[in-house]
Each structure stands twice: as structure tokens, then as C-alpha cells.
Design a protein around this ligand. Sequence first.
Ligand code: NOJ
Ligand code: CA
Length: 527
Amino acid sequence: MADEWWRRAVFYQIYPRSFADSNGDGIGDLDGIVEHLDYLNDGTDRSLGIDAIWLSPINPSPLKDWGYDVSDYCDVHPELGDLAAFDRLVGEARRRGIRIILDLVPNHTSDQHPWFLESSSCRSNPRRDWYIWKAGSPDRPPNNWVSMFGGSAWKWHEPTGEWYLHLFLPEQPDLNYRNPEVVAAMHDVLRFWLDRGAAGYRVDVIHGLMKDAEFRDNPPLERVEWGSQTDVELKQRHLYDVDLPEVHEIIRGFRRVIDEYGDRMMVGEVWPRDNQSLAMYLRPGELQQAFNFRFLFCPWKASRFRAQVEEMERILPAGSWPTWTLSNHDFPRHITRYAQGGDAQARARLAAVMLLGLRGTSFLYYGEEIGMPNAEVAREHRRDRVGRDGCRTPMQWSNEPGGGFTRSQRPWLPLGDCAVNVADQMNDPHSMLSFYRRLIRIRRASPALVSGAIRIADDAPDDCFVFVREAAGSRAMVMLNFGEERREIRAASGRIALSSDPAREPGAVKSGMLALSPNEALIIEIA
Ligand code: NOJ
Ligand code: CA
């Protein structure tokens, strides 16, 4: 059990519209991904060496929320390809030892999904109860719940004279998981792609599938929990709209379906009230993995990252496994977030060593391996209603027109600065890409780093995060200096497997104090 593939895996998230455009229409597509699989893993040191891909939603969608508003769960958006292209992708990936997980969006559908078209057609429609409808007066929403994208979470539906709930856009009505038919329908969706060879799912807003049966008002927020812009604006404690005890039963139902297939997995997008609650989603029979966004939101401080890791290590249920990520399609890329007050390149390298050095599964976001910064998207080219375009711009394959992403003169989102690109980094031993490749290779070759236990050093200076990983017969020490000063850190004796400082001499280290340069990350293979 401790040996399941997803525990050892390095995942790579692809935003399909932005990875590679195979047919010149300016939109990335599934065949484009197939063309670049060798870049991800061709079994040699030239490739990045990832084990699995998470594809952001590929389903047909009116694209109000870029695929997170699904209008057909069992097909592929025509701009991205078709079911045959999906089958090709799974097959070609499998030949290279790469698994594909899909993004399942069960909390809500598009308002154009046939289920909602039926549900909203009249109050007596048999699918009325598939969504969350409430009677009331048109001038007062049924309660104070707010949409994660701002404003009330309720929309008045004039034709049938009731409100419906949408935790996100009004075009994303929430499904009603208190109706067993909805649960069964989503189980069928799960099976549809598992039957076609998907290795599992990243599950969107999984903590939101159940709402308070009495629809009580959320209490006001006592303190800003997440420190993000949105939550400052939301100003309420999400006590009754998300993260309810009842959601765990729905998750256990999903898991039973996953387990019918033996080796498949789910990683949840969970925004719990605290890490204790996050751990509940990782109990046996629930999710195999869940993202920890508090880690992603940590400012550039060793003590903050360390505190997150320590807490997770303390509270995770026995046998469960951490998951670490620093970037995705919802937040500014981390190389840009960490650039303030320091050297972005050096910090990004340190961040990579932390991510891939920690006990747990790592999720990379396309482009981070070349240090692609967040792009400034000019107002007239913006596509996302809530301002997330900057982290979704096309992959920068080369510095040619179209960035090697597309032949079209009009990519769906403009390219960022293609001075940062794969082609230039491919054969440069000092590039970010070469650094990631080396790091992933070192991880793969080290039983300690892949699956070992973690012990966090308590004698490291405040601005350093140091830990030892250990599996039978293999030990590695990961030393991270987040500070802008040289720091003396107690090192174990062994061999330097990797350093982010180009000036660091490779070779043996003796046990004792070792000086790390500012922002240096070091892995020692302990003798
Ligand atoms: C989380 C997804 O990551 C985000 O992109 C989306 O807008 C919301 N869930 C709603 O589905
Ligand atoms: Ca295309």
C-alpha cells in the first residue's frame, strides 16, 4: 500500500488551452500535448522526467470559467480535440510511463448543461431537485452566502420564480448532492473516464459538495483566514456552505468507485477551515491526496513553510501522504510571487528543491520548470472574469513568433516574454530546466527522497529550513537558506548531490558546520 504509484509520482499540471497548439487555431489542444510528451518523459535524461499529468478540464464548456463550467461531462471540448484524441493521448502517455489524471468538476455544472436546462425549465421538472432551488421574494436572497467570485451566491430565476445557488459564477449552478440521483450520475461520470484509461482525478471544490440542510447564514469573519484578496472581500466564515461533515460520505462514495479500478487516485482541491479539517479528507476511504493551499500562500519565509510542513506531518492520519504544490492556474506563478525583495531565479530553484525534497507527492505547474514568470496581460486581451490570465499564458517553447506554441498570429491569450523558453534552456547545463531535470532525476534515484520519513532539524537558523529524509539504507539531507545572508548550518557527512549555487564545488562534505550562500538549496546524500 505504501508503494502506490501516486505517492512516488511527480505530477505536472497542464492547462490544455495553453500547452501546445497542433492545428494552428491559436488554442492548445490534446494532439499538441501528444507532440510534447517526449519533453515530459522519454525515459532519458534529456526529458523532464515526470510521472503523471493533471489536465485542467477538457470537457465541452461555454468557457465562462474556462472549462470549470462543464456542459457535457462525457466528451471533449471541440477546440481541444475529441474522444479519439483523448484515447491517443492516454495511449502515447502510457508508452512513456506517464499517467493522465483529469479534472473533475462535480460541485457545479454550466447553466448550459442539459441537466440545468431541464431543471430550470419548470418547477415540476423531474430534474428540478438536481440543483439547489429556494423559494422567496425576488428582492431578498434566501441567505447571506457569497459567491467565491463576489456578490450573493444566489441568483433569482425569473421564469420559474425561485432562487438557485451558485458558489461561483451565476453560470455555474451548484448541484444538489442530497439527491441520490445526482450522486449516481457523478459516479457514472467517474467511471466513464476511468474506463477510458484515466488514472484518476483532481477534484474541483470537493469540500463544497454538501451544503447546510437548513441553509443557515454564515457568521461574519473574525479574522482574515487566507490572507488573499478574495477572502478579504468575502468577509464571512464559510461554516454552512462548504466543508460540512456530510461531505465526507459523498467523498467515500467517490472513493468506492475509484477503488473498483484498483490503482486509480483522487487529489482534492480542498479549502478547509484549518489543517485539522484538511486531514479529515485524507482518512482511509476518502481522498488519497489533497492540496495544502496554506503552503502555497506562505510568504518567502523559512519559518512559515516549515510550520506548514510540521503541522501536516503531525496531524496527517496514519498511512496518509502529503501533497505539495506552489503554483496552479488560479494564482500568480510562484517565481513572480517570490521575486519581491530577492533574486527570483535563486528563490525559484530553492523552492523547487523544497517541493521535490519534502516527503510527499509534488505537483509542478507547466512552465515552472523553465522559470516562466507570470505574464502581464494587457486589458484588451484579458479573458478571465476574475483576473487569472497571467498564470495561464501559452507555454514558451521557443523565441520564434508564436513562441513555438502556435503557428497562429493570434494565440487565445498573448504570449509572455519568450526570452524565457524551452529551446534555449534545453542544452544549457545552467538553465532552470536543466536544474529541474537534475533534481527530478536525483529524487527518483533516492529511496529516501521518494518515500523516506522526514525529520526536521530544530537547530537550523531561523531563515533556514533543514530536514533529513530517510528510508532503509538511504538518507538525504535537504538544506534551504531562505535568507539573503550566508548561513552556517550543521551538515551531515556525505556527498553533495545537488546545489542551486553554481559556485558550489561538488564532492564530499564532512559533518560539521557548512556555510550556505544566500538562497542556496543543497541536497547531501548522507554517507
Ligand atoms: C477551482 C478552480 O481551480 C478554479 O479555476 C475554478 O474557477 C473554481 N474552482 C470553480 O470551479
Ligand atoms: Ca488548436
